[in-house]
Design a binder for this molecule. Sequence first.
Ligand SMILES: [Fe+2]
Length: 255
Amino acid sequence: MLAAIGESHPDVVVVCGDICQRGTAEQARIAAAECAGLGVLVVAVLGNHDYLSGAADEVAAILAEAGVVVLRGQSVLLDLPGRGRLALVGAMGQMEAVTPRQRHLVPAAEYDPVHYRRMLTHRSIRAATAVVSVLHVPGFKTATSGEPEHLVEQMFNPAMGRAVGRSRRVRLCLNAHCHRGCERYRTRSSGLRGRSASCRVTGTLTRTYELDPRTGRVATVHEGLPWPADLYDKPAPHPGPGVAPRPTSARNLAS
Ligand SMILES: [Fe+2]
């Protein structure tokens, strides 16, 4: 992962979920070791794959033990000396993305739009120069542009999108989950900028962005190394082999 980030020196690495292909503790330990070796703060949300083995709480705990800040309907505030504060609010974003057998394991904070809006407007992040929303399942249909028609409705959660869109503090939305969605999007209703961190979409292992907190402009400063496209196309036995996380690096230039 370090090589993929290169010399871009991000303030924070954001992992947008589906960290483990089969959601096992074994895979979580591999991902945690990668994150711990980065020497930079890693913030993550869980994805539906992280629930696949019914061990999402353990996956989250293993990552947290390695120093990863796992957001499950929570927020974190980062001080960027001389450049203000960056707040990240994150969750998986949709209960239905998880298989029916595992849905009872998903806390409401992972998908409840009322809770998410409360997080986005919470007084603890009012001091932030910019707020970034991190949802594994995107909240906006425009993020699914390019997906097969019959899959679009299940690839985003409009209720979460409305929660994000109503917040005037959000400057950037990050998501994953889509296979053929678009990397860059802008919402029609609120003009919010979004980026997909899905390796299938970007074609790279990481991508480093620079965010202007005042305008919300986002510039790509590092493309990242190419993603080996056959990584997920091979049938994985259960439990599958460890799979590297799909990170998105974000550099904030608050001023
Ligand atoms: Fe997913």
